[in-house]
Write a protein that binds this ligand. Structure first.
Ligand SMILES: [Zn+2]
Length: 415
């Protein structure tokens, strides 16, 4: 039942956990304090400090051959070695788990089993984030608590007012600063709060440290959360830019590979010119993206990812577009030319013969083609037929596979 300090209009807007028993209590906007309906403890709505004594007991554990948690387990009365311990601290459940990678205990993860938080990631503020904020690229909600704002970066799509609800309590902010002094990240999720980026062993398994982190995490897990979470959606330009950036590389590369297989130009200049134009358009897009990805807590990382996709993909998009357009808009008639094999090189691995062809019309020049020649039959002096069209952009391209007729026989070998 919501607790009210006086007659107020409207409905409860936030939910907070009792510091003693962990019970979730709904609070009206103006409630400064409340009495827990579970344990009857009277307490302020915003926890002022983390000094309250902590009742911690083991609930379950998972036995294993890893002994790193033994000193911590012993403080809870567990004598066996275990890879995970679930404890209850002042009414909230926590999982303390050894992070095992390829049989090596490389750290510890801690999760608070508590629900109702909006999705927010807290990390130590990096130089890149500070720079992105200073340039106006990125906007991060500020709490007004200097020690917190200068050291911690808040990454979220949640509205500022909801972040303010979560961070309103001084004890919560202080606990986060303490946790991020050792861990890389605090992730608030609708179903739990997780500590990631563990300190290295053996520090991360120290029983006293684990006890300290547990106490700080208990404060964070009890933080007020908004009952109805509001997220700030991405703008239409930003969503369009994402939708355009993401497929550039995954579509551009296969489109290029297919164009080389099905509509290959005789000379490589067409693809190079297309790639060059692609690079120029890509650079313009990369410059323009700065004005699209702006004003959110993740703008600088979004910008970096979108730029990377454009940078990688545009040369392929340019080359593929040039190849396909040159072939698909070509209205010329197909031409068959007979050339002479001038030199051969056999590739033993693929059983292919790479042949140099000469003696065709000037617009073909000298051509190198690769034939499936299991018997190594192609010899200099054999004749090869190639079929080409003039190309919509004036770049002649192969319309079908070339065929070599072996000298003195009717046998043929094709590409
Ligand atoms: Zn209580």
């Amino acid at each position: 039942m919501p607790y009210r300090t006086g007659p107020e209009a409207g409905a409860p807007t936030r939910l907070v956990l009792c510091v003693a028993c962990g019970r979730a209590v709904e609070l009206w906007p103006k409630a400064d304090d409340f009495r827990c309906p579970g344990c009857d403890r009277h307490q302020p709505a915003l926890r002022p400090d983390a000094a309250a004594p902590l009742v911690t007991e083991a609930v379950t554990f998972q036995g294993s051959g890893y002994d790193q948690l033994v000193p911590f387990a012993q403080t809870l009365g567990i004598t066996e070695s275990c890879s995970q311990i679930t404890v209850r601290s002042d009414g909230v459940l926590f999982d303390v788990t050894i992070d095992i990678d390829s049989g090596r205990a490389r750290g510890v993860t801690m999760d608070a089993q508590t629900s109702g938080f909006p999705t927010i990631t807290f990390t130590r503020e990096s130089r890149d984030e500070r720079k992105a904020k200073a340039s106006g690229q990125t906007r991060e909600v500020q709490t007004g608590d200097v020690a917190f704002d200068e050291t911690i970066y808040i990454d979220t799509d949640v509205a500022d007012e909801d972040v303010h609800v979560v961070l309103a309590s001084p004890a919560v902010r202080a606990a986060m600063v303490e946790l991020l002094g050792s861990f890389g990240s605090i992730r608030m999720l609708p179903s739990r709060v997780s500590l990631g980026g563990s300190p290295s062993p053996p520090e991360c398994f120290d029983a006293a440290s684990l006890g300290r982190w547990l106490r700080a995490l208990r404060v964070v897990a009890g933080a007020p959360r908004p009952i109805a979470v509001k997220t700030v959606p991405r703008g239409i330009a930003e969503r369009l830019a994402w939708a355009a950036s993401i497929p550039i590389f995954p579509v551009g590369l296969p489109a290029f590979i297919l164009s080389v297989a099905f509509v290959p130009p005789v000379l490589p200049f067409l693809g190079l010119a297309g790639a060059g134009i692609g690079v120029v358009i890509g650079l313009l897009a990369i410059a323009a993206l700065r004005f699209v990805f702006r004003g959110r807590s993740s703008s600088h990382t979004d910008l970096m990812i979108a730029r990377g996709l454009v940078f990688l993909g545009m040369p392929f998009v340019g080359a593929a577009t040039a190849h396909w357009a040159n072939a698909l808009f070509d209205r010329s008639t197909e031409r068959a030319d007979t050339l002479v094999v001038a030199a051969v090189e056999w590739d033993e691995e693929d059983s292919d013969t790479e042949a140099v062809l000469r003696g065709g019309p000037a617009d073909l020049g000298e051509i190198e083609l690769r034939y499936e020649d299991d018997e190594r039959a192609i010899r200099p002096g054999d004749t090869a037929v190639v079929w080409t069209k003039a190309g919509a952009f004036g770049f002649r391209w192969f319309t079908r596979d070339s065929v070599v007729t072996l000298r003195g026989t009717n046998r043929t070998v094709s590409e």
